[in-house]
Design a protein around this ligand. Structure first.
Ligand SMILES: Nc1ncnc2c1ncn2[C@@H]1O[C@H](COP(=O)(O)OP(=O)(O)O)[C@@H](O)[C@H]1O
Ligand SMILES: [Mg+2]
Length: 195
C-alpha cells in the first residue's frame, strides 16, 4: 500500500517539529554555508525568500547574510483578491509586518513594493517533503503551485527555483498530482540536489 500525501505530510511535519533548538540552529548555520557554496549570486540579485513556520528550516541567518551582500529580498504575501496565490513584496529590515491567516509574518501590503514573479532572479521555497526526482509536497494549500503554474507551463527561465529543507524531509518517492511544480534544485544543511 502506498502512503497518501496527507499521511506523508503528517509524518514529516512531526519529524521536523521534533528537531531540538540546537539541531535547528545547527541546520540554519549549515544551510547558510551550503547555500553560499552552491549558489553563485549576481550582484544585487532579487531573491524571493520565506520566514520559517511549523519547524521548517530557518532562514533568518541566510536572510541576514543575503542582506549584507546587498541582495534585494522579497517575501510572499497572500494575494488580497485571489486569496490563493502569492505576491512577492520587498522585505527590508524595517518593513512593517503583519500576521497572515496562518499566523505567518508577511510585509504589510504595499502595491508599490511588489515585484512581478518574472523579475525575481531566484525563489527560495519551503516544503514539507521532497523525493529522489525533485518532486515537492507542500503544506497542502497549493499556493506555490498556483503561483508558479504559468511559469512552469511556459518554461520561464526566471526565477530559478530552489527548495530549502532539512535532510530528514527527503523521501524516496512522493505521489504527485498534475499541478505539482517540481524543483530543479533543493538545498539542505548537508546536500545540494540538482535535477
Ligand atoms: N495550478 C493550479 N490551479 C488550480 N488549483 C490548483 C493549482 N495547483 C494546486 N491547486 C489546488 O491546490 C490544492 C492543493 O495542492 P497540493 O499540491 O495538494 O498542495 P501543496 O503543493 O501545498 O502540497 C489542490 O487540491 C488543487 O486543487
Ligand atoms: Mg503541490
Amino acid at each position: 500500500m502506498t502512503t497518501s500525501r496527507k499521511e506523508i505530510r503528517n509524518i514529516i511535519r512531526k519529524l521536523r517539529n521534533s528537531l531540538t533548538e540546537e539541531q535547528q540552529k545547527e541546520a540554519e548555520q549549515n544551510l547558510t554555508i551550503n547555500f553560499s557554496q552552491h549558489v553563485k549570486l549576481p550582484k544585487n540579485a532579487r531573491i524571493g525568500v520565506y520566514l520559517e513556520n511549523d519547524g521548517e528550516l530557518r532562514t533568518n541567518l541566510l536572510i541576514q547574510t543575503l542582506w549584507s551582500k546587498g541582495m534585494d529580498l522579497y517575501l510572499p504575501v497572500i494575494h488580497p483578491f485571489s486569496g490563493v496565490t502569492l505576491l512577492f513584496q520587498q522585505y527590508e529590515k524595517n518593513s512593517p509586518m503583519r500576521q497572515n491567516r496562518y499566523a505567518i509574518l508577511e510585509p504589510e501590503l504595499n502595491c508599490s513594493h511588489i515585484c512581478p514573479l518574472a523579475q525575481l532572479d531566484y525563489l527560495l521555497l519551503p516544503l514539507v517533503a521532497f523525493d529522489d526526482a525533485g518532486n515537492r509536497l507542500g503544506m497542502g494549500g497549493g499556493y506555490y503551485d498556483r503561483t508558479l503554474a504559468r511559469y512552469y507551463r511556459e518554461q520561464w527561465q526566471q526565477p530559478k527555483l530552489i527548495g530549502l529543507a532539512h535532510d530528514c524531509q527527503k523521501v524516496a518517492a512522493l505521489p504527485t498530482e498534475a499541478w505539482d511544480v517540481p524543483l530543479p534544485t533543493i538545498i539542505t544543511p548537508q546536500q545540494c540536489y540538482q535535477w
